[in-house]
Design a binder for this molecule. Structure first.
Ligand code: SAM
Length: 175
């Protein structure tokens, strides 16, 4: 299953840290790409450093026009999954989401325009309380992929050896 994430509505500087975390969660929880605009270019650098050290070829695409992106992804058979506290309960829609081949997950920052609710194939709520795009995204991706996202990457320079205490990291380029 191919999953991409579209970040909309972020405010430059003010939302940079949250947007970076949305990108990190997208990568670590099984999406292959994040599309974003009006972003600090350092976010792209941060993610490429993480890819180099910990593996994967997760992509960051800087876009001009998010409405055009949604339209073209729809034409390319992506289902649009908008995360919103006003949507359908994730418990109800998760089994349908797991059957999709290509999904574009839309996460907001500021108030999301009405047209996103209309164009979305699924408006999905992770509970009906306001919280965070980072948490909503992590839970959605985990519910869809059901832990299959937690994989090892052959192109990683480093790999963590889980331990009860302390930190063990294998350096795959030298060890
Ligand atoms: N007040 C904004 C609105 O009306 O769209 C929401 C702002 S919220 C801080 C930022 C993003 O977090 C939302 O656009 C949505 O993607 C996500 N989010 C927050 N709570 C959520 C929930 N309970 N379920 C799903 N997504 C949620």
């Amino acid at each position: 299953m191919k999953i991409e994430v579209l970040r909309i509505g972020q405010r430059l500087v003010r939302d940079d840290r949250v947007t970076t975390h949305v990108a990190l969660v997208s990568r670590a929880f099984g999406a292959s790409k994040i599309l974003m605009y009006d972003t600090n270019p350092e976010i792209k650098d941060t993610i490429s450093k993480v890819n180099k050290m910990w593996g994967s070829d997760f992509k960051v695409e800087i876009i001009e026009n998010w409405k055009e992106v949604i339209r073209s992804k729809k034409k390319d058979a992506f289902k649009i999954v908008h995360l919103t506290m006003y949507g359908e309960d994730i418990n109800t829609v998760q089994s349908d989401l797991r059957k999709e081949d290509k999904v574009l997950v839309v996460v907001g920052a500021e108030k999301v325009p009405r047209e996103v609710y209309d164009i979305a194939d699924y408006n999905v709520a992770v509970g009906n309380q306001p919280h965070s795009e980072i948490s909503a995204l992590a839970i959605l991706l985990d519910r869809i992929l059901q832990r299959r996202q937690f994989q090892k990457y052959p192109n990683a320079e480093r790999e963590i050896i889980p331990t009860k205490k302390g930190k063990r990291v294998m350096n795959k380029t030298t060890d």
